[in-house]
Design a protein around this ligand. Structure first.
Ligand SMILES: [Zn+2]
Length: 180
């Protein structure tokens, strides 16, 4: 996960605020872990893994089952249906789902399909925004400050928010927060 250099400071601040608003709507405080399943429920989304997709005729899902090279994908928007890769680590699955839900929150449009993978494609700017918002939803800046005040380690913060350590490092990095 590289630093999202393509996003302006204003845009990052906006995304942080979007996450705060979304968490407020769900009555989750900044220091509380927000499970992706709660957010998914808010959007009345059906969450499946590639293996449990009931309608096996979906060609694109079938081809995904045997691959590690994908995270999650929105199969249908209304009602919302997200299929995600159960082969990834649980913390990664969590951020994969947050990422897709971030696309929904930001009302990003799909711009077509990749002919090679048969996966929906999006604009790079939208991808960067979804990565960033997904991270804010998992570990808000204020939640991070709370953890720093408690002198929590990267591993403890990761555990607390059900995030990967990579995500904690990314969030501290982009939030300009230094850990002890
Ligand atoms: Zn995406």
């Amino acid at each position: 996960m590289g630093l999202i250099t393509s996003l302006s400071t204003e845009n990052r601040q906006r995304l942080e605020e979007v996450a705060t608003t979304q968490r407020n709507q769900l009555s989750y405080k900044a220091f509380e872990r927000l499970p992706a399943s709660v957010l998914a429920q808010y959007f009345q989304a059906t969450i499946s893994t590639a293996e449990t997709v009931p309608n096996a005729e979906l060609e694109q899902v079938k081809s995904l089952c045997n691959s590690d090279n994908w995270s999650a994908v929105i199969i249908r928007k209304n009602p919302l249906w997200i299929v995600h890769n159960s082969r990834h680590a649980p913390t990664r699955q969590e951020s994969n789902l947050m990422h897709e839900l971030a696309h929904i929150i930001l009302k990003h449009k799909m711009v077509g399909y990749d002919p090679k993978t048969n996966l929906p494609q999006r604009r790079q700017q939208d991808e960067d925004e979804a990565v960033y918002l997904g991270g804010c939803l998992q570990i808000p800046r204020r939640g991070l400050l709370w953890a720093v005040q408690k002198k929590m380690t990267i591993a403890q913060i990761a555990l607390h928010f059900n995030a990967s350590e990579e995500m904690v490092k990314f969030r501290t990095n982009v939030s300009g927060i230094s850990l002890v």
